[in-house]
Design a protein around this ligand. Sequence first.
Ligand code: ADP
Ligand code: MG
Length: 465
Amino acid sequence: MLYDPTSLWARCLHSIQQKIQPQSFQTWFGPTNSLELCPEKAVIEVPTSFFADWLEEHYSWLIRATVEEETSWKPELEFVVQKEADGPSEFTQTVEPSPPPMLVTPTVTNISSTPSSSLVFPLNPKYRFEQFVVGDSNEFSFTAAKAVADSPGETAFNPLVIYGGVGLGKTHLLQAIGDRCFRNGSGKSIVYVTAEKFFSDYLQAIQKQDTAEYIKIYRNADLLLIDDIQFYVKTEGCQRELIHTFNTLYQNQKQIVLSSDRPPSTLKGFEDRLISRFQWGLVTDIEAPNLETRIAILNCKAEEKGIGLPPEVSRFLAEQVVSNVRELEGVLIRLLTMKSHLSMEINIDLARRALAGIGRLSNNRLPVNIETVQKATSDFFNIPIPLLTGSTRKQDITSARHVCMYLCKSIIGAPLKAIGCEFGNRDHTTVIHACKTVEKKLSVDPAFGTLVTELENKIQSSVPS
Ligand code: ADP
Ligand code: MG
């Protein structure tokens, strides 16, 4: 039987359009076609391999579900890149020396109606200076962030780089700077963006062969906040673009703030001239909070939710969850949920149950990043890291490598490109393949599942050796 892929795909697109934001639909599904759509196979044509990667990572579940809804088929999904598509070219435009006044509010997300603010991520209203608990571990970063927020572009802290482990408040501080400037009216154009988004907007601009809007947003920013710079994709073109943006803003005395999971000097894959730019201003770190600060944070978060914690309970929780504020918050939410579901008093017993439920009764945990996952996997399988990340195709090593990539994705949520980079500069498709292989094996091999869970638990509760 012959199926017409075009009309079937049009039906699927219509359905997908109802399920996601118009902006996302237009961006990611607008340029797709189906070359083949039958019970065995769905071949979707996309403009570039970046689209293939993005759709695979973010929307494959939605495409599968929609195709099944529309046709009752469960075909294998495959993305192919359009033949005539050109690879990314470089920016050639120069930037106006004096940018026109523009207000990019942090809440605008609609791409079609307000092009000048379309690329901006919204700010989270919870992330304000007033809600940030200051302690020894973060005081310097907090003070520097406030100084910058009060006089963007006018202090010596340009750029300001805040680095530290996962869940220690980097995003909170970056957004607090944006929020303060926005409320003070001290920056006309405030742009908060993750490095991943900054990069994908760049590729999209190139794809559309229209970089004017991208340049208008990013190079005209009065305050540019780039979160998680370690996840910026480090191809030559992307790095050059970042340098251009950086130079333009710096020369115009516009404020740049970056966050990173490690000191700039140890960031991998960036050109030296970028690393040196990252260090022109102030580099400051956030450490894991000490016990007193953790208690204060817990009390503050509980208060925000209108609950008072008995002092012995906040102390007990703060003693157990030591390295990550996000996790501390997670335990508190679990405690409050259990309280209302079980109609119990908040006491040490309930706190213990809240902690036990998420397997967090250990101390001194290390921050989890790609390196720590690699180290734990290397120890677990007794395979040296160079072999694990190298090109050896021996079966046991390949299998451990796949598990390691899979855990980098599932535990840290690192972008595929970032994972590929840390495994000998492999392509993101290799990482996709690794994750799929592991997922497939997990679904059929319980012993393998036990092994992976054991390693995962080790990583989640790793203690410094
Ligand atoms: P990071 O970006 O460093 O991974 P986040 O900024 O996302 O971490 O912080 C994780 C959570 O912990 C957020 O909800 C944030 O509000 C909270 N948090 C972190 N540090 C503090 C602090 N010092 N005071 C209050 N909340 C904090
Ligand atoms: Mg963050």
